[in-house]
Write a protein that binds this ligand. Structure first.
Ligand code: NDP
Length: 232
């Protein structure tokens, strides 16, 4: 299967690339800064050769995403899964009274409009059997268990879950499996050193969700990296 992963140059994204390659998939690794991304992924490029394509993909740059889609199409490439992993966590400790609304705009631009732009332009390439779209979300986006902390991040992830649900309904007939996935609290740049879940373990779970197309038991398409139902 060909798997496209955004935010692939560090953190969970890089582990997703590594696990997908180890499991025999081909990967298009989308990175915001191409030369930094190529450096970060050079070891995997050396090990896996043509199975790994590192591509410039800034999720805020719609023209760039459209150009990437056009060049993949031109090369005759297809996709089996799109993993919207890139995100930003900003204004973590800022109370509403002090919140600059530009911080909301930034989080929505990357965490919500980013996946929307990516799916908008890459959906025509998602033609492989057992196709899927995985939106990496967070328990922080749950309405039921409204989370303390960043207004921009939590609200952007709640909205991302709605995008997942809309896509699920829209693409059901085409057989595209659409999930929001909470990857666990991980010790990446975003999660900080104390987080308990290894990004590699999380990535293994997420690639298994893609391979097995595990459907949640509940009504909502929101699970954790082990496939367990999450409360929306
Ligand atoms: P990191 O902060 O470690 O990495 C974020 C990634 O997103 C980087 O690769 C970064 O690229 C990329 N990115 C940010 N903005 C853009 C952009 N405009 N275009 C393209 N790429 C961009 O985060 P994690 O690896 O920890 O998080 C991965 C996912 O998991 C996110 O969706 C996050 O919300 C989610 N998550 C993480 C948790 C955790 O504990 N870490 C908990 C719950 C959910 P660059 O290097 O260029 O900045």
């Amino acid at each position: 299967m060909n798997i496209l992963i955004t935010g692939a140059g560090r953190g969970l994204g890089m582990d997703l690339v590594a696990i997908a390659l180890e499991r025999g998939h081909s990967v298009i690794a989308g990175v915001r800064d191409l030369s930094r991304g190529q450096d970060a992924l050079s070891g995997l490029s050396a090990d896996y050769g043509d199975k790994l394509t590192v591509a410039a993909l800034d999720v805020t740059d719609e023209a760039g995403i459209a150009a990437l889609a056009a060049s993949l199409k031109e090369e005759g490439r297809t996709l089996g899964s799109i993993v919207n992993n890139a995100a930003v966590l900003n204004a973590s400790d800022t109370p509403l009274e002090e919140l600059d609304i530009a911080e909301m705009q930034l989080a929505l631009d990357i965490n919500l409009y980013g996946p929307m732009r990516v799916v908008k332009h890459l959906l025509p390439l998602l033609t492989e059997p057992d196709a899927s779209i995985i939106n990496i979300s967070s328990e922080a986006g749950s309405i039921t268990n409204a989370y303390p902390g960043s207004y921009p991040y939590t609200i952007s992830k709640t909205a991302l879950n709605m995008f997942t649900q809309k896509l699920h309904v829209t693409l059901k007939e085409r057989g595209v499996h659409v999930l929001s996935v909470h990857p666990g609290w991980m010790p990446t740049d975003m999660g900080g050193a104390k987080a308990p879940t290894s990004p590699r373990t999380s990535a293994e779970g997420i690639i298994s969700l893609i391979e097995q197309r595990t459907a949640p038991e509940g009504h909502f398409m929101f699970v954790d990296y082990t496939g367990k139902d999450m409360e929306i």
